[in-house]
Design a protein around this ligand. Structure first.
Ligand code: PHE
Length: 351
């Protein structure tokens, strides 16, 4: 079952490691080193089976290639997936992370990593014990730039504004209804930005503690998972897991645009066309969620200040998304195809 996945994949290399002590599978997918050494987050979660974990790593690594290529950043695309058993003993987590760090170190720079779904800056500290210097976004206490989430959310917020500008002729979010799916490290700070900009924020979440915090604490309207896709809003911002835009959900959507932070929002390539046909403006995920990686890499490898990092994210995401919308409109293609074209241009350019 793994053979077809690898044969059809357009990337360069996959490192497969079975961690016997924890019973975890580790996949490090290097999609492209065309623009530089590969970098990407480490995703740690349980999967229904090994194929699903590998497939996630392959697709996410490809997403990183395009994410860096659209703004022309000098990094290649990669991603690591640590597929853990559902009953992983929390006590064995740090040792697993250290063994994973040793593997990253062994690769000697072929792959550098940062946080992703299921890992935090505190985890990067542990991974860096054995994986340095190829580990980004450690905690400030450990000498890192901290969480990438706030920067990712700033870029997504910019994407929401640009989408509004395209749809309504003005970027103002005053009284625009925005539905945020997932209130984690990206969705949470995104909600702050949206509220500060005067938007009407509606949220969907499965974690009880977070539901309590945002509904009862901030007084926001809560939408249960069953009705999230049928909820009327101006902008739908998926900030949880991928695959949420598919043949079942797209016909149900009652939004004008989709702009969110989750990676791999489209379940299959054809879904971009289904959105276009429905007249829903799609801000390609990798165009608007580059902020975290961009800022952390700038802060830790280019000596950027916090202000510089924020400015780069806002300007870069804003510029790229405007270009994507414009190209899609003039060529009559999906925004996804337009973003691909821009990325491919950078990937195939002579250097
Ligand atoms: N999770 C980030 C992303 O998907 C990955 C990342 C974070 C990479 C920080 C480098 C530094 O873009």
């Amino acid at each position: 079952m793994i053979e077809p996945l690898l044969k059809e994949w357009s990337g360069e290399t996959v490192i497969v490691h079975y961690d016997r002590p924890a019973g975890a599978w580790i996949f490090i997918a290097i999609h492209s080193t065309r623009l530089g050494q590969a970098a990407g987050g480490t995703r740690m979660k349980s999967y229904p089976d090994v194929q699903a974990a590998l497939q996630d790593a392959l697709r996410l690594a490809e997403g990183m290639t395009y994410k860096f290529a659209v703004p022309g950043l000098p990094w290649g695309g990669g991603k690591a997936v640590i597929a853990v058993p559902t009953d992983l003993d929390p006590q064995s987590r740090p040792t697993l992370l250290r063994r994973y760090g040793a593997l990253v170190h062994q690769l000697g720079g072929l792959f550098s990593t940062g946080p992703d779904v299921g890992t935090s800056s505190a985890d990067m500290d542990i991974i860096a014990e054995t994986g340095a210097p190829y580990v980004f976004a450690r905690t400030p206490a450990a000498g890192g730039a901290g969480s990438s989430g706030p920067f990712t959310s700033l870029g997504v917020f910019t994407g929401v504004r640009v989408a509004c500008e395209h749809l309504f002729g003005e970027a103002s979010l005053k009284d625009r209804r925005v539905l945020v799916q997932g209130t984690g490290s990206v969705g949470g700070p995104l909600i702050e930005h949206l509220r500060a900009a005067g938007a009407e924020v509606v949220f969907s979440e499965v974690d009880e503690g977070a539901i309590h915090r945002f509904r009862d604490g901030l007084g926001l309207e809560f939408v249960p998972a069953e009705t999230v896709y049928t909820t009327e809003c101006d902008i739908f911002a998926p900030c949880a897991l991928g695959g949420v835009l598919n043949h079942e959900t797209i016909p149900q959507l009652r939004c004008r645009a989709v702009a969110g932070g989750a990676n791999n929002q489209l379940a299959s390539p054809g879904d971009a066309e289904s959105l276009r046909v429905r007249g829903i403006l799609y801000a390609p995920d990798y165009v608007v969620n580059v902020g975290g990686a961009m800022a952390i890499l700038g802060l830790e490898t280019q000596g950027w200040t916090q202000e510089r990092a924020e400015r780069e994210v806002v300007e870069s995401v804003g510029r790229a998304l405007q270009e994507v919308f414009k190209l899609a409109a003039t060529e009559g293609i999906t925004t996804e195809a337009a973003a691909r074209r821009i990325a491919e241009g950078h990937l195939s350019a002579e250097t």
